[in-house]
Design a protein around this ligand. Sequence first.
Ligand code: GCU
Length: 348
Amino acid sequence: MNSELLKKLPMPDELGRTEILNLLLSEEYGFLPEPPVGVTADVESEDRGFCAGKAVLKKLKLNCDTGKGSFSFPVSLMYPAEAEAREEGKTVPCFLYISFTDRIPDLSFPAEEILDNGFAVLHFCYQDVTSDDGDFTNGLAGVIYPDGKREKTQCGKIGLWAWAASRVMDFACMVPEIDHNRIGVVGHSRLGKTALLAGALDERFYCTFSNDSGCSGAALARGTKGETVGKIYQNFPYWFCENYGRYAEKEDSMPFDQHFLLAAAAPRRVYVASASQDCWADPESEYLSCVAAGNYYRKMGLKGFVHPDRDPVVGDCFGEGEIGYHLRAGTHYLSREDWGHFMEYMRK
Ligand code: GCU
C-alpha cells in the first residue's frame, strides 16, 4: 500500500461536512440549483405482470417546480408485488439507479434478480435530465441556465444529474412500499461520480454505491496511474465547474482530494466497487481513497474502512465498516457480481 502518498494527502480532519462540501462544490463540481419548490408525479403506465407478476413496474413523469421554471423527466419505479402488503410492515429497501439507458432490464441492470432479492428500484436515464455534452440549453440545464451560460462556480452536468437524483429521492419518500431509511444511490463510471456527489449532498441516502467511478469520483487524483484531472477536464469540462480546470496537471495544489467526497457522506455509508483491469479508473487509487476517508470516519468514533494492511487482491470484499469495497476481476463494467455485492451490503 502506498503509505507515503497517504501521508502527503490533505486531510479533511478539521473540517465539518458543510466545509468539505463547500470546497468540493466551489473547486470541482460547482454549486447545484436550489431544491425545487415542489415535486409531483404523474403515473403514465402500470404493469402488474412485470417479471411474471412477481413485481410491479410503474412508469412516471416527475414534475419539478424549480423556481426558475418547471422541468419534467421520466422515472421508473419497480418493487416486489408483496411489498404492497403494507399493513404487515413489509416496506422494502430500495436502489435509486442512475442509468445510462432507459432500458429495463439491461445488461448492466438485472432488474428481476434485484426484485427477487426483495429490493425496490427507482430508475432514471441521465440524458433524460440533460444531454452529456457542453450544451447547457437543453433539459434541466436549459431551465436553470436560460441563456446556456454558467458562472465559474455553477455546476456542470454531474451536478445537474445529481440534483435529479435528489428529486427522485423526493419522490421515493412518498412511495409507501419503500423503506425510506434504506435507500441507496447507485451509478457506474461518470454516473458513479454522480452518485457519490448525490450521496454526499443528500443526507436522506442511506448508502452510496460507486462502481468504477475513477477520476473525480472515488479515485485519488494524487499519484494516480489512470486518468488525471488534466485529461478529464480537457475531454469533459462540462461535467465540472470552471474552477476545476485550475488543477489540470496540478493535482498537488488541490486543497482536497477525492477522499473528501467519501468523507462528506459520514456518518452514512459509502461503497466503492473497483475492477482489476480498469486501469483508467485506477482501482488502487480508489482503494487508497477509501483508506484515507476511513481515517476521517474513525476520528468520528466510527468503524470507517475495515481492511487488511495491504493492497487488495481480486475477489476481496470488505463490508464490515461504513465504507465498503470490493475488487472484481475484469474490465470497466457494472456486472451482476457488482450488484450482488451491493445487495449484500444493503442487507447489513
Ligand atoms: C471516460 C472518462 C471517465 C468516465 C468514463 C465513463 O472514460 O474518461 O472519467 O468515468 O468515460 O463514464 O464511461
